[in-house]
Design a protein. Structure first.
Lengths: 111, 112
């Protein structure tokens, strides 16, 4: 079983702060890396799917980078807002049916 | 809009009961998944299905079974519920095996 590690486990920031989290995954047999946002009482929603080394994706104030050679991805949030409060999950897939999820980073943004 | 629904948001069952969790997707996806989520752990795969009547064990299949009689519906069955099956259960579907997954809202199951 692959191990996908996320850090930090939780994070408290003030509105307007920029923040970032890390996802580490085994670099062997890599196929795709997924980021999801999971708000309380809602379903996890896909943010990004990344496949190429050096990939960088952006959606509004959120962006992500991927390093497949060393096995890590960063998720950045610029100018955090209270509505960004959620758990951010990353997940690694080796091309098969199984996608291995990390435990998530829980972000709290205080107004 | 893509949609995955689950039959219950909250469920309380007694030890030894047979429990059915239903999941329906309206996206014509081939692949469907059942996960459980426990504090401090990532989503763990219980079972998945890549076609009607096809099923494969995930990482923690013990104590569970599944059924996929129609493409849009994937059921998780706890044959005899136990307290260690108290958890949040999430269903998901995807177009292709490594594509993004679409999740249902989850069922929080408590077994007493």
């Amino acid at each position: 079983i692959l191990n996908v590690e996320q850090s930090p486990q939780s994070l408290h920031v003030q509105e307007g702060d920029s923040t970032n989290f890390t996802c580490s995954f085994p670099s062997s047999n890599f196929y795709a890396l997924h980021w999801y946002r999971w708000e309380t009482a809602k379903s996890p929603e896909a943010l990004f799917v990344m496949t190429l080394n050096g990939d960088e994706k952006k959606k509004g104030r959120i962006s992500a980078t991927l390093n497949t050679k060393e096995g890590y991805s960063y998720l950045y949030i610029k100018g955090s807002q209270p509505e960004d409060s959620a758990t951010y999950l990353c997940a690694s897939n080796t091309g098969g049916f199984k996608t291995i999820f990390g435990a998530g980073t829980r972000l709290f943004v205080k107004a | 809009d893509v949609k995955v629904t689950q039959s219950s948001r909250y469920l309380v069952k007694r030890t030894g009961e047979k429990v059915f969790l239903e999941c329906v997707q309206d996206m014509d996806h081939e692949n469907m998944f059942w996960y459980r989520q426990d504090p401090g752990l990532g989503l763990r795969l219980i079972y998945f299905s890549y076609d009607v009547k096809m099923k494969e064990k995930g990482d923690i299949p013990e104590g569970y079974s599944v059924s996929r009689e129609k493409k849009e519906r994937f059921s998780l069955i706890l044959e005899s519920a136990s307290t260690n099956q108290t958890s949040m259960y999430l269903c998901a579907s995807s177009l292709s095996r490594s594509y993004e997954q679409y999740f249902g809202p989850g069922t929080r199951l408590t077994v007493t």
